[in-house]
Design a protein around this ligand. Structure first.
Ligand code: C5P
Ligand code: MG
Length: 297
């Protein structure tokens, strides 16, 4: 019987047979997808990272900006600040993605990175009313097929939790400008705190960085009413830290994790295959998640 199911998903989801798709255990993936399909859209929630997961990593050979990097616009910050933020990126990003270091080891360094950048941004007295223009003039870009992804989840009334260590205000603006900020979209991220005149004065709440999403999942996501009664989770991320985004889901039944391997492919392939159920190597599209969603909802 199992063999027939495997044939079924293979025939129904040919995208999973592409050579850019890696799986540690194909039959477990197929069984999970099949179980999710049987339970239906009413039992499903999708939890996704934002930067480099819903957005592209690169386009035409150029890196696409993260929500933090979108703020690197002369309207918002001066040249000196821009230089400092880029230096911090050059120092800390290689650490973030280093396959040779543990998350534990990286954690304090990520706090250092985020804290310094947020301090610099606050010093610039960024104006809320200029954010939309900065996003418009940036090269921010969602992955190919994003519209099908957001539309399908909305149509099927499946909640989408976007869980991002980026900047929430910028993230919202990116999805708003792409016309997919639907009512089923919920966001947990680092939000700016503006004074009465609309000038940035702090960041709200507990800092979220790449390697503390578990805490955010337990303190915020677990309390979200709309996610309750949905024990099946499709999780999308590009960092190993993203794997903890579903830790707040109580009584989960089936969790399928999909990891985009965007950078340092050779160094990280083994680790990603060990950690995510499905690994998409250098795939700038939503093709695979969309095909899975089409099958299960
Ligand atoms: O949405 P997500 O959780 O992926 O956002 C975090 C990403 O933003 C990290 O992977 C990191 O590389 C990037 N980042 C950045 N500039 C910072 C801090 C984080 O580009 N100052
Ligand atoms: Mg990311």
């Amino acid at each position: 019987v199992l063999a027939i199911w495997h044939q079924l998903t293979k025939a129904e989801i040919p995208e999973l047979a592409k050579c850019s798709v890696l799986m540690r255990d194909r039959s477990r993936v197929e069984d999970t997808i099949y179980a999710m399909q049987r339970a239906g859209a009413g039992r499903l929630q999708v939890i996704s990272d934002f930067d480099m997961t819903l957005t592209r990593f690169a386009h035409n050979g150029k890196r696409v900006p993260t929500t933090h990097n979108i703020l690197d616009h002369r309207l918002l910050i001066d040249e000196d600040c821009s230089k400092k933020i880029r230096e911090l990126l050059n120092t800390y990003y290689p650490i973030e993605i280093d396959a040779g270091r543990t998350a534990e080891d990286k954690l304090p360094l990520m706090v250092e990175w985020w804290t310094q950048v947020h301090e610099l941004l606050i010093q610039q007295r960024i104006r809320k009313d200029l954010l939309a223009q900065a996003v418009k003039e940036s090269s921010a870009m969602l992955r190919e097929g994003y519209k099908v992804f957001f539309d399908r989840l909305t149509e099927q009334q499946v909640p989408l939790l976007i869980f991002s260590a980026g900047v929430g205000d910028v993230l919202e603006e990116v999805i708003r400008q792409n016309n997919v900020f639907y009512p089923n979209v919920h966001i947990i991220s680092n939000y700016m705190d503006f004074d009465q005149t609309g000038v940035l004065r702090a960041f709200q709440g507990q800092l979220i960085h790449t390697f503390n999403k578990r805490e955010g999942a337990l303190s915020h996501a677990s309390g979200l009413r709309v996610l309750q009664g949905r024990p099946n989770v499709l999780l999308l991320g590009d960092s190993l830290g993203d794997l903890t985004m579903a830790d707040g889901v109580s009584e989960h039944q089936n969790i399928l994790t999909i990891g985009f391997l965007n950078d340092q492919m050779d160094e990280r392939k083994e680790l990603y295959v060990k950690s995510f159920d499905v690994v998409l190597v250098k795939d700038e599209t939503m093709e695979v998640p969309n095909a899975i969603l089409k099958y299960i909802t």
